[in-house]
Design a protein around this ligand. Structure first.
Ligand code: GLU
Length: 286
């Protein structure tokens, strides 16, 4: 049976872009006679709030969607992510990194410094070769750190990689696509205060929940390469991917959670119907 999921972060109100992701997943699950899950990606405890979670459920119910209960809340499953992290650590693929954001900025000012698909400079990797004793000493002294993947080593074990795209990426790529996680460098897998990251938890959860079809916005297209690498390293199954186009507001700006005029709650209060929303996001003919 095919399993789809909508996985918002409850750190703000939903907008039209979320409506597209949620409705598309629910419609595809329905058409396939499959299951539709809702997952709260709330590992960022500083930004995620129960009131946003309640608002998300209210907006999705208003859109006419229903999903299986209980909803998986990532903050309640940190042990699952820790286990995956330990496994990668046992394989020698994890190291603690100590450079602060400012230090990373200073070291990467050279315009030729490589940047990831999100435009951020790749991690300089200063601490890749710290001795275990020194790294442990700094952790025990209370220094902030992030646990990172040794990308080159991980690729030696897990590469070469591909993923199957049933939609189209930002440049129209479709079908079996080469995944190049090395473009991201040594990605963060966990932080001092939280034993996971977006990449790690999404991969662990999709596998634990048996997700067969990942349908999400094309802003996450390039992240898929990292997800495939983690799936291979952790021995997890490969879902198919469908990245949908993002919804832009009139001036061609990506929607953000702070844009009141495209928020679902505002649109509902303004008298817009769920059918109007479906027409606006292209899921119903005008
Ligand atoms: N939680 C992510 C977001 O809200 C989506 C994760 C995913 O669909 O893989 O952008």
């Amino acid at each position: 049976m095919r399993i789809f999921r909508f996985a918002p972060s409850p750190n703000g109100p939903l907008h039209l872009g979320h409506a597209l992701s949620a409705c598309l997943n629910a419609d595809l699950a329905d058409a396939a006679g499959g299951r539709f899950l809702l997952r709260m990606e709330d590992i960022d405890l500083a930004r995620c709030r129960p009131e946003f979670e309640r608002a998300i459920s209210a907006d999705l119910h208003w859109l006419g969607l229903s999903w299986e209960e209980p909803v998986r809340r990532q903050s309640e499953h940190l042990d699952d992510y820790r286990a995956a992290l330990d496994r990668l650590d046992t394989m020698g693929l994890v190291y603690p990194s100590f450079l602060t954001r400012a230090e990373i900025r200073e070291r990467t000012t050279d315009p030729a410094w490589p940047r990831g698909p999100d435009g951020a400079p790749l991690y300089p990797g200063d601490d890749r070769d710290l001795s275990p004793a020194e790294a442990l000493g700094r952790i025990e002294a209370g220094e902030p750190y992030a646990l990172r993947l040794r990308m080159a080593e991980a690729l030696r074990r897990g590469g070469p990689l591909t993923f199957f795209e049933t939609g189209a990426g930002p440049s129209g790529e479709t079908g079996r696509i080469e995944a190049r996680p090395e473009r991201w460098g040594d990605v963060i897998l966990a932080r001092k205060e939280i034993p996971t990251s977006y990449h790690l938890s999404v991969v662990v959860d999709d596998a634990l929940q048996g997700v067969t079809d990942v349908v999400r916005g094309e802003d996450l297209f390039h992240a898929t390469a990292v997800h495939r690498l983690l799936q291979v390293l952790l021995g997890l199954p490969e879902p198919t991917y469908r990245h949908h186009a993002l919804i832009y507001d009139a001036p061609g700006r990506k929607l953000s959670k702070s844009d009141g005029d495209t928020g679902l709650a505002e649109l509902r209060e303004a008298g817009i119907s769920p059918g109007d929303i479906r027409r606006r996001i292209g899921l119903l003919r005008p």
